[in-house]
Design a protein. Structure first.
Length: 168
């Protein structure tokens, strides 16, 4: 099984996050959000499915980051219906901020345009976002640097993100 489709990596971490909203004009808002997961664990007990540069490698437990920014317009205030359009970047850095960076990882980032729709009723909010890829970069990991290669990576051309939130 490829590491790119495995849920979780066995690590725990500290999340640094910031969120900002600003009213621009009546019913139009700007938003920005960012998060960085600092994962101090260097490697887990799983191995790559095939040799990397001639050796079997443990999988890394890498840091991760996400950034979003854009505009949201309240289309139908009485019904809580909003449309949004923005940009999004998701990534795994080649090296961790804290702890070691050994272990196999596929670092890189993907940049998306992100249209969305949200519907808020009472304490509930439903959202649907469909990021569409505009650029991606599979960065070199430590083994690529060490052995002079550059292994492949794949990125989703689009993503469908549906969410439900309830305030208590």
């Amino acid at each position: 099984m490829d590491i790119a489709i495995q849920p979780g990596d066995g690590g725990w971490g500290i999340v640094l996050e910031t969120v900002a909203y600003q009213k621009i004009i009546d019913r139009l808002y700007g938003y920005a959000a960012g998060s960085y997961l600092i994962n101090p664990r260097e490697q887990n007990d799983a191995y790559t499915t095939g040799p990397v540069y001639g050796a079997v490698r443990n999988l890394s437990v890498p840091d991760q980051y996400l950034g979003r920014a854009g505009l949201s317009y309240t289309l139908w205030p009485a019904q809580g219906l909003s449309l949004s359009f923005g940009g999004r970047i998701d990534g795994v850095p080649p090296r961790d901020a804290i702890g070691g960076s050994e272990g196999f990882r596929r670092p890189g980032f993907s940049i998306y345009v992100e249209p969305g729709i949200s519907w808020a009723r009472g304490k509930n909010e439903f959202s649907l976002f469909t990021p569409v890829l505009i650029d991606a970069n599979r960065q070199r990991n430590i083994y690529d640097d060490r052995y002079g290669g550059h292994q492949a990576g794949a990125f989703a051309k689009y993503v469908i993100i549906a969410s439900f939130a309830r305030r208590f």
